[in-house]
Design a protein. Sequence first.
Length: 592
Amino acid sequence: MTTYFFNIVALLGGLALFLFGMDTMGKALERQAGGKLQTILAKMSSNVFKGFLLGMAVTAVIQSSSATTVMVVGFVNSGIMTLKQAVGVIMGSNIGTTVTAWILSLSGLEGSSFIVQLFKPSTLAPLVGVVGAALFMFAKSDKKKGIGVIALGFLALMTGMDVMGDAMAFLKNEPWFAQLMISFTNPILGIIFGALLTALIQSSSASIGILQSLCSTGAVTFGAALPIILGQNIGTCITAMMGAIGANRNARRTALVHLLFNVVGVGLFSVIFYGLGIFIDWAFLTETAKAWDIAVIHTLFNVGATAVLMPMNGLLVKLAYLFIPAEPVHQAPVLLDERLLATPAVAVQQAHSVATKMGRDAADAMHYAMKLTENFDQKTYDKVIALEDETDRLEDMLGTYLLKLSAENLSVEDNRSLNTLLYSIADIERIGDHAVEVAKAAQEMHTKNIVFSPEGQEEQVILRRAVEDVVERTIRAYAAFDRDEAMKVEPLRRVVNTLIREIKSRHVRRLRDGVCTVEHGFVVEDMLTAFGRTADHCSNVAVEILQVSEGKLEAHEYLSALKSGKLTESAAYSERMERYTQDYFIDDDDLK
């Protein structure tokens, strides 16, 4: 009894270490990949084979088909990916996850040569762990520290595998365990056990690792291992099915396609293999399976199922629509899906995409508002109001989402991106507010039949060009976090403010000369104030891109240092300032 107790304690400890190592290594690999995961997966074409290759590659990198599938469900729910695109990725993820089994099969290496001994986990894992610890503790680069975490995760993974194998050694002499393994040679019992085990720990890679550890007892035959592996492929679908709860119908269909793919694959294989077993004596089923054999079976099944079902991908989609029919009313995609928080690097990229859309809406609102000052019409006015309402909605969504995201484990680069988004969305929303102010000024001009003098009109044209320039440059810089484009915003802002002061001075002169009326003055003041504040908000956004994203000075200190020539960017700043001043110079001869 005492032996049982300590063996079970060791087994549970080994399992805990194994699962911890797998989770740590997977998340560290994911952080290293960063937002590239979204870039890779979201740019799917309708080509299922291309999606298959990318799904396989991404899953091999992050070591989790469940994570890939949940990510894909989130993408479909957000409208980033279509159901048809998702099918290929799901098929690829099933093959990509087999990489883990091959890594774990190192525990079954046998031989006395130096190379074999070097690659055995008892030698390789400590060596990798030492390198990982050195990188994590002494490296200054965040990327190198991340590689160190991956190596330490690998150490925990392989050590846990060894501990489980040693703890299970006593089972080889237990009659009840041998009888249990024999019962799993019944395909139905084996498939059910494999599915339940995988559903319980929500990782087919982890359940495959446990099965490979059981192989060390010598009691696991091919006849028992095969149905358990089949069941594990079904059990891994539980994570995606749970992730699709509350999602839109297309996202639920995506999770269902994952389940159908595995269930149909297991069903076809079982019918063919065990059906032929009636006529053919599969002698190898009674032989003892090793860790290496588990990896081979796992890979062959997934490759075979994909080869058979990939040409039938359209049928899987039709089945998904049959089980989950279309709604009478179209369901809008969820722009910021909380499922993506499980992959923080992807969530940051998605938040950036939504923030960029918000910026584009604000820029469009200002563009249409300025058109109204030239020629007012109600439809364009309503469009400005609608765009500003949308920026308000997106700001609320982003603020909540980014706060939740800030609690996740982010890489340094993603954390900087998140901070830039958090600090900038209020400024972008205010650009939309000022667009409404310009639109209202234009409406007042239309209602009161206020017409500027020819000189005033020309001045407004030059100012509007400068404002549109600064807004467009800001949104372009924001869309790509482009430092070079962001560097052009602050000098443009100063030119806009100089233009506003000059126009105000000229307007006062015309008031004094009786060319303009007081009513003109109110409208001009409202528009000039809105334009000036718009340029200020653009500058704030650009400064966040320039300095918050790199952990530099606070915004005010940064601008002061930039203008005083203390920064390396100061020379380029002065040069641009001079060029933009010439571009938007108000020439008195042009106004005559």
